[in-house]
Design a protein around this ligand. Structure first.
Ligand SMILES: Nc1ncnc2c1ncn2[C@@H]1O[C@H](COP(=O)(O)OP(=O)(O)OP(=O)(O)O)[C@@H](O)[C@H]1O
Length: 813
């Protein structure tokens, strides 16, 4: 009979089985193994020291087949920089995405390098009493089994260069123990998790055949009530040498379920966990013997695969679905750990229950993510890289297991032996009864209590299921309501878009009106300019008239008639000037009035537009605020629902009553939330409608005002143009009259000038003749005077000559 062995204090390690120095023979026993015990009284070194899960990436080379088909590579590994670059084609562009890991191994990396870097340090930690886990994760056919197991044929106890992590770790552990020269014992387990069922890979065919039905209990995973898991019925094999382990490995791995898929000829369809547990004896100063215990878990996960790509059908497709399900749970656990969510869904799959201590627990963990370089596997490669990259952020708090004194271990062992002896005695003495009555009674009581508990739990589960259904319905109703709200929001958005459009149209109308007004202003300024020019001309004409009146007054002074005409003309001109002044004043007033009117219209329109715009923007702001509020309410509602789901989940495990209370409270809160959301939505709708009504009214008023303004401006423009035309007609008439008068005056003046000219000519001719006569008289007088003077001078000169001649004659003679 195989029995479970109790552990000291709920400790997470297997029981202290005899070390080589205690039991020098191989034995096989069925054991309860405890994993991931949250309450482990382990000795804590660096209690608060958290370390990240180490993530190593390995990219395999292209297979012979892929090379033959000339498949393109989409991955580049830069080992020195610990980077992986993925080349993706998106919208005819090549996009590069880079991922950074703790270590990157390219296609040429050797099995030995990976072991030396990723696993070798764990051997020392295990011998120090730590639990360590290495697991390989990746798409089907990317080299997980190759990395973890590799070549498993051991010739003469030695392995080839292709041997993977497991055989290398085994050899390393034995070498280390030998060099330490310490006493130790070692046990191994090898299990397979297939379709959520655990199979022992170390049970030999012969052994399972000899076991009767009762003895062949299925291996079950049980809660230990402290957050850990117990694998009931898993065989532990005590080993004494590396060769023992190699033999077991060959046997176990041959039993793994493999199949031929399109991606891998020997695809593992299950997750496998190979564990080595080592007890090492340590002698303290007081000569007390302590036992250290460490465990190395080596996990080869099934391939994460795309069912259509891997080409599996029917049974295999279901199998792949199960595999993906447990991997999905693993993904959710990683996400929850990375995001520090309150609830980590370890319990959702056996795989995550087994790996609990390795992810976010007290173990030291290394993940080897494997990928293919092929461009055809890009989608799965990206998913593996994302998965592995996220896992880098998981933090574990490694703790070494408590060292147990040898005496305590022996005490436990003796009590165990005693129990077994009792069993044997009972079997011998009472034919057909295999256990002592006390134990039978105790077991019966336990069984009864358990079955009661199971019944109660089942009824609880039913109730919870019903509650969950209710909440699912509530959630669906809420989702529908949210959809309605979303469509309402969409409608609101559309109406706000329409309003924006109308506003833009109005803006356009406003712009064109502005342009028109500017044109009118331009016309008015032109009119003012022409008015100024007319005024100038009038002034000029005025000055011309003044000069003409001066001329006329001159002429009037000359003739009586001229004076009369002048007076008439002056009267006419004065009359015209006053008329002209009056007309110009009228025109000026009309123009100023029209300009004022235009300006008023413009101002009122501008004010109206400004107020309309501010109201509009206020309404839009309010609308946006309300939409944001609704979104917030919606988000908080969803968050509330999520929290509610979490709370329900937790509560369902412990206290149904409390849960009911919480459910009713939550229901009230959900109801309140719904009522608030509905009233909010109604409020928003009514607000939106009122704002739309207001906008409509504003638009109608603005249109009326614009129409009135335009009509007024049209009327005033017509008045201006009519006045201007009248004024020009009047001006033309007056100008023609003035021209006629001026012509008349000119004719009169030219006649007067002609008369004046003839008279002047006559007078001047007379004066000229008189002057000529006078000049002739003067000249005559002057000539006679000169003649007389010449005669007198000649007489004088003759006298003087006669005198000189007399003198000369006197002297001579
Ligand atoms: N780094 C590598 N170097 C050489 N060959 C490799 C490498 N990685 C994988 N291979 C080869 O690729 C094939 C598939 O590898 P393996 O069976 O280990 O993939 P797997 O990820 O375990 O797939 P599955 O999930 O289907 O079990 C094997 O023939 C293996 O020898």
């Amino acid at each position: 009979k195989f029995e479970c062995i109790r552990f000291i204090d709920g400790f997470s390690l297997p029981p202290p089985s005899p070390a080589p120095f205690l039991t020098p023979r191989t034995e096989r026993r069925s054991l309860d193994l405890r994993w991931a015990d949250g309450s482990s009284p382990a000795i804590q070194f660096d209690k608060d020291k958290e370390v990240n899960v180490q993530v190593v990436l390995r990219c395999r080379p292209l297979s012979d087949e892929e090379q033959r088909l000339n498949v393109q590579k989409a991955i580049s590994c830069i080992e020195q920089k610990k980077e992986v670059i993925v080349f993706q084609n998106s919208a005819n562009k090549q996009v590069e995405k880079t991922f950074l890991f703790d270590k990157v191994f390219g296609p040429k990396a050797q099995q030995r390098s990976i072991y030396d870097y990723a696993i070798s340090p764990f051997v020392k930690d295990v011998l120090e009493g730590y639990n360590c886990t290495v697991f390989a994760y990746g798409q089907t056919g990317t080299g997980k089994t190759y990395t973890m197991e590799g070549e498993m044929k051991f010739k003469g106890g030695d392995f080839s260069g292709d041997a993977g992590v497991i055989p290398r770790a085994v050899r390393h552990i034995f070498d280390a123990l030998e060099s330490q020269k310490s006493d130790y014992s070692m046990k191994v387990t090898f299990l397979e998790l297939y379709n959520e069922e655990i199979t022992d890979l170390l049970v030999s065919e012969e052994h399972s055949r000899t076991m009767d039905e009762k003895q062949r209990r299925p291996i079950s995973l049980m809660e230990d009530g402290k957050g850990g898991a117990i694998i009931r019925g898993l065989q532990e094999e005590v080993v004494y040498s590396a060769n023992d382990i190699f033999n077991l490995l060959e046997r176990g791995s041959a039993k793994r379920r493999i199949t031929d898929t399109m991606l891998n000829k020997q695809s593992s369809r299950s997750h496998s966990i190979f564990s080595i547990t080592i007890h090492v004896k340590e002698v303290t100063l007081g000569n007390e013997e302590l036992i250290k215990c460490g465990r190395l878990n080596l996990v080869d996960l099934a391939g994460s695969e795309n069912i259509s790509k891997s080409g599996v059908r029917e049974v295999r497709a279901r199998e792949a679905g199960e595999m993906n399900k447990s991997l999905l749970t693993l993904g959710r656990v990683i996400t929850a750990l990375v995001e520090h969510s309150g609830h980590v869904p370890y319990r959702d799959s056996k795989l995550t229950r087994l790996l609990r201590d390795s992810l976010g627990g007290k173990s030291k963990t290394c993940i080897i993510a494997t990928i293919s370089p092929s461009v055809l596997c890009l989608e799965e490669t990206m998913s593996t890289l994302d998965y592995a990259y996220r896992a880098k952020s998981i933090r574990n708090k490694p703790e070494a297991n408590r060292k147990v004194s040898k005496s305590v271990l022996l005490k436990d062992l003796y009590s165990e032996i005693e129990r077994m002896k009792q069993d044997v005695r009972a079997a011998r003495e009472k034919n057909g009864v295999y256990i002592p009555p006390e134990r039978f009674a105790r077991d019966e009581a336990e069984r009864k209590a358990m079955s009661e508990k199971i019944e109660q739990m089942e009824s609880n589960v039913d109730l919870l299921r019903k509650e969950a259904l209710k909440f699912q319905e509530l959630y669906q109703a809420e989702q529908e309501h949210n959809l309605d709200m979303e469509s309402e929001i969409q409608k609101c958005k559309e109406s706000s878009e329409k309003s924006k459009k109308t506003l833009q149209d109005l803006q356009g109308v406003y712009n064109t009106t502005n342009l028109m007004l500017k044109e009118k202003e331009f016309i008015i300024s032109n009119l003012l300019q022409s008015e100024n020019a007319i005024l100038q001309r009038a002034k000029q004409m005025h000055s011309n008239l003044e000069s003409a009146s001066e001329d006329m007054s001159l002429l009037l002074a000359k003739t009586e008639r001229q004076t009369k005409i002048e007076t008439e003309n002056q009267g006419l001109v004065l009359n015209f000037g006053s008329h002209l002044d009056q007309s110009l004043k009228d025109l000026h007033k009309t123009v100023i009035g029209s300009v004022c009117q235009h300006q008023q219209v413009l101002r009122s329109m501008e004010e109206h537009f400004n107020s309309f715009l501010s109201t509009k923007s206020e309404a839009t702001r309010n609308l946006e605020l309300r939409i944001a509020n609704i979104k917030d309410v919606y988000a908080s509602g969803v968050q509330g629902m999520r929290k509610l789901a979490n709370v329900l989940h937790k509560k369902s495990l412990s206290d149904l009553e409390q849960m009911k209370l919480s459910i009713s409270a939550q229901m009230i809160s959900v109801e309140n939330f719904l009522i608030t959301a509905v009233s909010e939505a109604e409020q928003v709708l009514s607000d939106v409608q009122t704002s739309l009504e207001e906008q409509k009214e504003l638009l109608a008023v603005s249109a009326c005002q614009q129409e009135m303004g335009l009509k007024q401006s049209l009327v005033s423009t017509r008045v201006i143009s009519r006045t201007t035309i009248d004024f020009f007609n009047d001006l033309q008439e007056r100008a023609s009259r003035l021209a006629a008068t001026v012509e008349e005056n000119q004719m009169e003046r030219s006649h007067q000038l002609e008369v004046f000219e003839t008279k002047f000519k006559e007078l001047s001719a007379k004066e000229e003749n008189a002057a000529l006569e006078k000049i002739a008289g003067i000249l005559r007088n002057l000539t006679s005077t000169k003649d007389n003077m010449v005669l007198a001078a000649l007489h004088n000169m003759n006298n003087k000559e006669c005198g000189r001649k007399k003198d000369v004659a006197d002297r001579n003679g």
